[in-house]
Ligand binder design. Structure first.
Ligand code: URA
Length: 185
């Protein structure tokens, strides 16, 4: 966190109020990685505390997860003005911190939340409508072994497209099944 707070390579820092790093339990075995802080997160200095975050929390409660049992962060640590999607430069500037963050936490399961997080971490080039609910290997030189990773729809998208909630539910059941296979449901 100190390294990030001292980092001036991301221009978003100038317009944001707070650095938004992470929430939940860093010892948890599941790590969620979203897109970027919104207005509520910028104010609170915590990820996923606004309406999207509340929906995500409710959805994860379906499979028995709360913030004591997962860890959550974003691919960008400062709020983009007006909640626009972060640019590829902004994502690229923050990515080394995100990768190091994942390596240090070394979760058993990694869940990119939404298209931009999925693309930044898994580079599938196929869009979230294809990649959601599929399991991939997340591997970096700093990890002892690949981490199973499954992208899910972003809750902000589900708020706009509630018909996709059925698919989101299936993806969460797949996550629950993976947790069972890994022996921690
Ligand atoms: N959406 C995100 O992707 N991240 C947050 O922290 C809040 C909303």
């Amino acid at each position: 966190v100190e390294a990030l707070a001292a980092f001036d390579g991301c221009a978003l820092k100038k317009t944001a109020t707070n650095l938004v790093f992470a929430d939940g339990n860093p010892q948890a075995r599941i790590m969620f990685v979203g897109e970027a802080p919104g207005a509520d997160e910028d104010r609170a200095g915590k990820p996923f505390v606004g309406v999207s975050g509340q929906l995500l929390d409710r959805m994860l409660a379906w499979i028995g997860l709360d913030r004591a049992r997962f860890y959550i962060t974003n691919i960008v640590f400062w709020r983009p003005p007006g909640n626009r999607t972060p640019t590829s430069d902004e994502v690229a500037a923050c990515l080394p911190f995100v990768v190091r963050h994942i390596e240090l936490v070394a979760p058993a399961i990694l869940i990119p939340v939404g298209g931009p997080a999925s693309e930044a971490l898994l580079h599938r080039g196929e869009g979230i409508s294809k990649s959601h609910g599929r399991w991939y290997d997340y591997q970096t030189p700093g990890l002892a072994a690949p981490i199973p990773a499954m992208p899910i729809f972003h809750p902000a998208f589900l708020l706009r497209a509630p018909a996709q909630k059925r698919a989101a539910w299936r993806d969460l059941l797949s996550l629950e099944q993976k947790m069972g296979e890994l022996g921690f449901s």
